[in-house]
Design a protein around this ligand. Structure first.
Ligand SMILES: O=CC(=O)O
Length: 334
């Protein structure tokens, strides 16, 4: 390795934005991690990774290293000053442990918006139309025998829980389908950002929505934000869509709600203990389930990789970062 170039350690190989990765070699030495377990990585930090300046990671990095929690962050060498996460949700990383160690955490919020909102609309319409049972019925040779009726979106109330970038993109996409959008956030948005969506309390959103789309980030305040009690307050036959993080909903309570008929259908991309899925939920025909595919397109993954690597490039050059996480927003450069 060149001693003069800062070392960016990639926790996952770049699969799409390969030319950007190549161009990074002008400013940094890059390597893809070879450690297979958390302990092996900690061991390697005393040797081949002792000089790392920046870590690039994705949501798949947990498979090698586990969570980037306080223990993990404290073990990093003093030379490590930035962690550049490729993704919008950074619940696997502890921002306050990073701050204590003088590490700035960046994320990649903008590039995930459109693809995640597209999938949310697909799940919403698919759940509303009860597409899941029809897929298996057709393949079992029963065509549409015994298939329940779906519902039309026109005139239904869509309650968006968390009207950030993705929530707003879902609202925009929902309009041509005639859905009436309401939202709940910690604070109401400006009129321009709300763009006609009515702000309602959490309780009102639960009680009056025909469809609830979950779009808040996962943190200590939002873990199990929706559990058995909240489900009991929802309309009978409510449809729930989750493209945010699984643990925001108590998965077992959601499966119970489907079983009792309280919940009409769900469209789910994210799970509480990925890749494990609650057995009862798996067995529910009215659960339209996909395996965390929100951003799983060639174009979006390339944009995300480029965004995260641009943060890493700026980090090694000591120039203003593209997107520090909100907790580190005042940290503009190295
Ligand atoms: O789940 C996807 C992301 O957080 O970007």
């Amino acid at each position: 390795m060149s001693p003069t170039k800062p070392f960016i350690l990639f926790f996952n190989p770049v699969r799409h934005a390969k030319s950007f990765y190549e161009s990074l070699q002008d400013v940094a030495h890059t390597e893809v991690v070879t450690s297979k377990t958390r302990d092996e990585f900690f061991n390697d930090l005393g040797g081949k990774y002792k000089d790392i300046s920046v870590i690039y990671r994705t949501s798949a990095s947990g498979a090698v290293a586990g969570k980037f929690d306080e223990e993990f962050i404290q073990r990093l060498p003093a030379s490590c000053k930035h962690i550049c996460h490729n993704g919008a949700g950074y619940d696997q990383i502890d921002p306050s442990a990073c701050a204590k160690r003088g590490i700035t955490l960046t994320y990649a919020p903008d590039p995930v918006t459109e693809a995640t909102a597209d999938l949310a609309i697909w799940l919403l319409l698919g759940a509303l139309r009860q597409l899941n049972p029809s897929l298996s019925s057709l393949r079992a040779g029963n065509f549409k025998k015994g298939i329940d009726f779906g519902h039309d979106p026109q005139g239904k109330v869509l309650g968006i829980l968390g009207m950030g970038r993705i929530g707003r993109a879902i609202k925009k996409r929902s309009e041509p389908f005639g859905l009436i959008t309401r939202y709940h956030n910690r604070r109401p948005l400006s009129e321009e950002e709300a763009a006609g969506a009515e702000y309602v309390s959490f309780e009102k959103l639960l009680a009056e929505s025909d469809i609830i789309s979950v779009n808040v980030p996962l943190n200590a305040n939002t873990t199990h934000l929706i559990g058995a009690k909240e489900i009991s307050k929802m309309k009978d036959g409510v449809v729930i869509v989750n493209t945010a993080r699984g643990a925001i909903i108590d998965e077992a309570a959601m499966a119970d709600g489907l079983e009792s008929g309280k919940i009409g259908a769900v469209g789910i991309d994210v799970y509480e203990h990925e890749p494990e899925i609650n057995e009862k939920l798996l067995k529910q025909d009215r659960a339209l389930l996909v395996p965390h595919l929100g951003t799983h397109t060639t174009e979006t993954l390339a944009k995300m990789e480029t965004w995260a690597m641009e943060n890493a490039r700026r980090a090694v050059l000591g120039i203003e970062l593209l997107s520090p996480v909100p907790e580190h927003a005042n940290t503009k450069s190295q």
